[in-house]
Unconditional design. Structure first.
Length: 234
């Protein structure tokens, strides 16, 4: 009798494992593939955006270029900024606290709540040009995409409230163009402030010797030598 119960327990465990692999794991693989396909569209539109702007700006001092860095990263050099688009290689589930999780779209099928993430960072272009590895960037937004191309954008300023309707929003090429435009404007509207005098009173000999190469004095948008990120995006 005990052996029969044990075998029944094993059978139930195997069934659960198989169903999980077929459903949840399969759905997460679908999410990853779909996010990767949309990231390819992002890269195409980033390159096209730069080409269009170049037609209207003939000042060769202004940085305008697109750089592709493998499958999961693209860089948009625009003016004094470089905007990094980075696709996370993992798939995540929406937090139960996220309002999108409370919609009927996700509650009726929790697998719709699994998303890939494209993160958007803003750095000073000089940080990349001069290999200042200690400089810091600023995550200004992230895009969550599920297997059915429903998406949600989180971010700062306008980037945080333009695309919030996860239940009804479906990603398109036109939406991607709009996101790239809004992100670029947001990044350029942040200017580098002179840091407080007290924040940069000391420096080592190495700091100054390497100042024109890879400075140890951290530089970032807003606070100069030391950049403090805002609260975490949730």
């Amino acid at each position: 009798m005990e052996n029969n119960k044990f075998e029944e327990h094993l059978a139930q465990g195997r069934d659960y494992l198989v169903n999980t692999l077929k459903n949840k794991t399969g759905a997460k693989l679908d999410v990853y593939k779909n996010t990767m396909e949309w990231f390819k569209v992002f890269k195409l539109e980033l390159a096209a955006c730069i080409d269009l702007i170049k037609q209207e700006i003939d000042d060769d001092r202004i940085r305008l270029r697109y750089v592709e860095k493998g499958d999961a990263e693209a860089q948009l050099f625009i003016g004094s900024d470089v905007i990094i688009f980075n696709m996370h290689t993992n798939v995540f589930q929406l937090s139960p606290r996220n309002y999108a999780s409370q919609t009927s779209y996700v509650r009726q099928n929790p697998l719709n709540g699994f998303c890939g993430i494209i993160r958007i960072y803003d750095f000073l272009a000089d940080s990349y040009e001069y290999n200042r590895h200690h400089d810091v960037g600023y995550m200004i937004g992230r895009i969550l995409i599920n297997r059915e191309s429903h998406f949600l954008m989180q971010g700062k300023g306008q980037l945080g409230f333009m695309y919030k309707d996860f239940m009804h929003q479906v990603l398109t090429k036109e939406v991607i163009k709009d996101i790239i435009l809004r992100v670029s404007i947001h990044a350029l509207d942040f200017d580098l402030f002179i840091p407080p005098y007290g924040a940069a009173q000391t420096a080592t000999v190495q700091d100054l010797q390497t100042l024109n190469h890879s400075s140890q004095l951290k530089t970032g948008k807003r606070l100069g030598f030391k950049f403090e990120a805002d609260e975490n995006i949730t």
